[in-house]
Design a protein around this ligand. Sequence first.
Ligand code: PAF
Length: 285
Amino acid sequence: MAAPTVATTREELAALLADARGAGRCVGFVPTMGALHEGHASLMRTARQRIAGGPLVVSIFVNPLQFGAEEDLDRYPRTLDADLEVCAREGVDIVFAPSVEEVYPGGEPQVMIRAGALAKVLEGKSRPGHFRGVLTVVAKLFGLVRPDVAVFGQKDYQQLTLVRRMVLDLNMGVEVVGAETVREPDGLALSSRNRYLDPEQRHAASALSRALRAAQENARYGVEVARDEARAELREHLVDLDYLVITDPDLGELPADVPPGTAARILVAARVGTTRLIDNMELRF
Ligand code: PAF
């Protein structure tokens, strides 16, 4: 279990990657905000499979630009030592853990990535500016790491969709891979936020994935039945629903008449106590 080399500056990162680039090896990248759990470890394994022996880079950076004024940036868990152990276990070669000044040397950047209409719905509705912050930092990190392959979790499906769109629209030439959500045995999607749930809330939180599964099981009866079954599952629990929507796989609207075999996505967000949780699954009608 070799420890990864930690780079904290852009120069250190470039020097560490220079040889691999010179040798034409594939660079893999998993961007994170730390507080790593098994979900992140599985992103690392997915990246490793894609790049064989090439260098695997993980960034650990709590990006202030994606936090709203009322969201507590200081409360975000920072667990670097434990994170480095996860990276060592997963055979990560380089951890890029820069300071805020290193990533934003001139303070808040003037030029940012405008995330477009898709950033104003779902998560973007309750978190204005969030996806502009996410895409801006991801674009900056892509510029520094210059990965061939970057892996993001399907759990943050809107983020994954927007990153894909940015790469396409701006010709970034990075292969973006969406890795399956890792779940607890009762179905709860792994998230750094689960640590804030007390036992009663933890029990209620598992209703989110049950609701999505109920929709999956009833998708053959059509959109309305699938959505109603999901809602019924949530109604029995102490969850304060923000949204439960069924979209096409790119988060666009489904046609009025959905032909059998159509692929779709069901997405949910709810507050359990003071913790906001999100989840999503594929549906096939
Ligand atoms: O998903 C996250 O952890 C963050 O949004 C990301 C992609 C690392 C950007 O800060």
